[in-house]
Design a protein around this ligand. Structure first.
Ligand code: G6P
Length: 370
């Protein structure tokens, strides 16, 4: 195992650090950056049926569920078809109506998660089209779906998922591109996204270069705390939920991912000068609303750690604990970069607390019971 860790203390750090390569591998042979084309061979035969769907349902658990949330609005924007994102367990509890012209997308790193497999069984009986977005080749979900996209992230050993998240995110973006590349009106947006994807591996490396700063900030402001908030909205709502999940899983600090617009409906009651807050404040069309959420926090003496766009001098840094500057990319891809500091924070907090980040208590890599 020591050799497999490739010189890192833990698989988790190895996998976080691998993301420039793993994200590249997800795109390799599928995206033609020169001609701005996409070919997903695994769904080719079913593409016409997928395009006829009147509804997409994404079904998953844990981190995989967050990758679905991360791409939901892009999917709706490009396809013009409504998308619902479902936790497999809740989906099963409701046993909702499924139409024959639905496309259900099952996202799973292992391809063996019991809740997701049961949901797939239910969908198979309903006669809809089922697509898998899976890392493990030959797994149950990749076999039992009609077609799919392997994310090709390579084996993920650490229980807390990191490189699978970024690769699921990219695979789902590619799926949205493939489904919608027959729509002429999308051309410009497609080119923007494909150019953005080409830069992602390099930009992830640039975020990783800030490891030491992120470690310092984590130890100074978050180590030893009982609870914290992770705030974001729009494209960064998923980053907030995924960041909070990483911190819970391996640092054992209670962390709540909050949709910034919902702060005022409850969570703001928790904010004072002692509650640590991490806020996603990278520039996009939602920035004015995010900035107002940050003001709601600072007005209650909260001193957030900001994840912000590098060189953004419009942002008010005066009432913050710290700022982490992230390169700017296309709005719908920004989450691929923003999640990395939270992955690193959770790792450093875990190690500082004396935990083994690769083997968090009470959790399993692949949950094969319902
Ligand atoms: C477990 C793992 C998580 C993972 C979730 C879904 O809870 O600890 O890291 O996100 O299962 O797993 P899947 O293999 O379906 O993506």
């Amino acid at each position: 195992a020591e050799i497999m860790k490739g010189g890192y203390d833990h698989f988790m750090m190895k996998e976080i650090t691998e993301q420039p390569d793993s994200t590249f591998n997800t795109m390799r042979g599928r995206l033609d950056f020169k001609n701005k084309n996409i070919i997903l061979g695994g769904i080719k035969q079913y593409l016409t049926s997928i395009r006829r769907s009147r509804r997409f349902q994404m079904i998953a658990c844990g981190t995989s569920y967050h990758s679905c949330l991360a791409v939901r609005s892009l999917f709706e924007e490009l396809t013009g078809v409504p998308v619902s994102v479902e936790l497999a367990s809740d989906f099963l509890d409701r046993s909702p109506p499924i139409f024959r012209d639905d496309t259900c997308i099952f996202v799973s790193q292992s391809g063996e998660t019991a809740d997701s497999m049961q949901a797939l069984k239910y969908c198979r009986a309903s006669g809809c089209l089922n697509v898998g977005v899976v890392n493990s080749v030959g797994s149950s979900i990749s076999r039992d779906t009609d077609c799919g996209v392997h994310i090709n992230a390579g084996p993920e050993i650490s229980v807390a998922s990191t490189k699978a998240y970024s690769s699921q995110f990219i695979a789902l973006v590619m799926l949205a591109l493939q489904i919608s590349n027959n729509v002429i009106d999308n051309k410009e947006r497609h080119v923007e996204i494909i150019n953005g994807l080409e830069e992602i591996p390099r930009l992830i490396s640039r975020v990783l270069e800030q490891k030491e700063l992120i470690k310092e900030i984590s130890l100074k402001h978050l180590h030893g705390r009982d609870s914290m908030l992770v705030v974001g909205r729009g494209y960064q709502y998923a980053s907030a939920l995924e960041g909070a999940l990483k911190i819970k899983e391996i640092s054992y600090i209670h962390a709540e991912g909050v949709q910034a617009g919902e702060l005022k409906h409850g969570v703001l009651a928790l904010v004072d000068d002692k509650m640590p807050v991490v806020a996603f404040a990278t520039q996009d069309s939602f920035s004015p609303k995010v900035n107002s959420a940050i003001q709601q926090i600072t007005a209650r003496q909260g001193r957030p750690i900001l994840i912000m766009t590098e060189g953004d001098d419009l942002i008010d840094k005066s009432k913050t604990s710290a700022c982490i500057e992230i390169p700017k990319t296309v709005d719908c891809l920004q989450g691929l970069l923003n999640v990395v500091p939270l992955q690193l924070m959770s790792y450093y907090l875990s190690v500082a607390a004396g935990n083994n980040p690769d083997r968090p208590r009470n959790l399993a890599k692949s949950v094969t019971v319902e």
